[in-house]
Write a protein that binds this ligand. Structure first.
Ligand code: GLY
Ligand code: MN
Ligand code: MN
Length: 437
């Protein structure tokens, strides 16, 4: 954990300040999930919950009540229990919740059914993200119904439910200096892992063996999980955008596309590189590769303060369309090819997304129907590609089966775009040089 508890406390303060008086916010920890029979998936805290607490235990609920006399920020969490802890690990308990995690007040989560209806009673508004956790939604309704059942005794059930996301997700979009520090570290680990995969690659290896090289490096460096399922696609598998089978043999003469990033302290990184299995690009591969690289560089240049969210995408689309037209894969006027989206035959996804605690991070892309203006501290991916699927019609066979994407993580800063993932080469010559060593 590298972000100071004071910063988490400050975020709760900021959220409390955005709430109306006489209201309450309820933020549950992520549920545990069964993998099979009695085996659970590795626990991952909910990003909203983690953002407000740095607290990684399951079975916990954050409650924020502006103006509450006995403390405005409350953590419900598991009670310390030597027998449970002997089997499952040390718990923070209520003392840890206030002492270490700096909550104002804490209660055993086992008592929440007795305590929460009392906290809800008389509040005008409840801030709660409905629909993310069915089981927890039912609990909230039960607590509300307990108050409703007491209306005749003068109890006052809350009248409004308001989504918490609006404020919370806007806060998450602007990364603090401490968050950027963690994200740079995650980006460096992932960049080094991609370098290792390039150096390990040999014809005849299986895609999952390159995946293993990456995951090994992630963990060696302190990341406990990838930020998303790794994609390793050799040859035409690179044209399947969400290919995760990763079980084919890598062939001499093919490219391999790797989309992989580690998660560090719950922060994501997200890198794609595409390189020749043998270490040397063919002429066709290099031609398409140079177009994608030029598109990516033109898009990164647009990730600047005062520009808007869609500028990088527009730049990438223009560069790709011009490039494809030059080599005869598209035919017509560039302006028209862009307007009628002819490029989508080869480039069918968007050029990026916000990244942070979630790989596809929260934050609005449009405000009032207009593309969002980019500001200092926003972090995005820039990831154009060209995919010439083998089954495409009216395509010169020499291009078929080539899929390329290049992806970096970029911070918008007052000094211009900062590429956090620059530690792994992307110029074709640099990749070839790295693979020769
Ligand atoms: N790896 C997920 C993405 O690139 O969006
Ligand atoms: Mn991405
Ligand atoms: Mn990616």
């Amino acid at each position: 954990m590298q972000i100071a508890q004071k910063e988490f406390q400050k975020r709760r303060r900021q959220l409390l300040d955005s709430m109306i008086p006489n209201s309450i916010a309820i933020i549950p920890a992520a549920p545990t999930r069964q993998r099979n029979r009695d085996s659970e998936y590795a626990y991952r805290q909910s990003s909203d919950f983690y953002y407000l607490s740095g607290f990684a235990e399951a079975d916990a609920v954050i409650v924020l009540i502006p103006g509450r006399e006995h403390g405005e920020s409350i953590l419900f969490c598991k009670e310390k229990d030597p027998e449970f802890e002997r089997w499952n690990g040390i718990l923070a308990g209520q003392e840890g919740a206030t002492g270490h995690y700096l909550f104002d007040d804490a209660f055993p989560v086992a008592d929440i059914d007795e305590i929460l209806p009392g906290l809800l009673e008389g509040k005008q508004r409840v801030y709660y993200s409905m629909g993310l956790d069915e089981k927890f939604d039912r609990h909230v309704m039960e607590w509300i119904n307990i108050i409703r059942s007491k209306i005749r005794t003068g109890a006052y059930p809350p009248g409004e439910f308001v989504a918490l996301e609006h404020t919370l997700h806007d806060m998450r979009l602007y990364k603090s200096a401490a968050e950027l520090k963690v994200m740079r570290q995650a980006a460096k680990i992932s960049a080094d892992a991609h370098c290792k995969a390039m150096q390990a690659c040999q014809p005849g290896m299986y895609e999952y063996q390159l995946e293993a090289t990456l995951l090994h490096h992630f963990m060696q460096e302190g990341s406990r999980a990838p930020a998303y399922t790794t994609i390793v696609g050799g040859g035409a598998n690179a044209c399947i955008l969400h290919y995760i089978d990763n079980n084919a043999k890598l062939r001499d003469g093919d490219l391999v596309l790797i989309d992989a990033g580690c998660e560090l302290d719950c922060y994501a990184s997200d890198i794609t590189r595409t390189f020749p299995v043998s270490g040397k690009f063919t002429a066709e591969q290099r031609t398409l590769y140079e177009i994608v690289l030029a598109a990516q560089e033109s898009a990164i240049a647009e990730a600047k303060v005062g520009g808007h969210w869609n500028h990088p995408h527009e730049a990438a689309v223009r560069t790709i369309t011009e490039g494809l037209r030059e080599i005869g894969l598209l035919d017509g006027e560039v302006k028209e090819l862009i307007e009628n989206e002819a490029y989508k035959k080869f480039y069918m996804h968007r050029t990026g997304h916000w990244i942070g605690l979630d790989v596809h991070d929260v934050g609005d892309y449009k405000i009032g129907g207009e593309w969002r203006v980019l500001e200092h501290g926003m972090v995005m991916t820039v990831e154009p590609g060209i995919y010439v699927a083998p089954e495409l019609e009216d395509v010169d066979p020499r291009w078929k089966g080539i899929g390329i994407r290049i992806e970096d993580d970029v911070v918008v800063t007052k000094k211009g775009p900062e590429v956090m993932t620059a530690g792994v080469p992307k110029a074709a010559d640099e990749i070839e040089a790295l693979m020769r060593n």
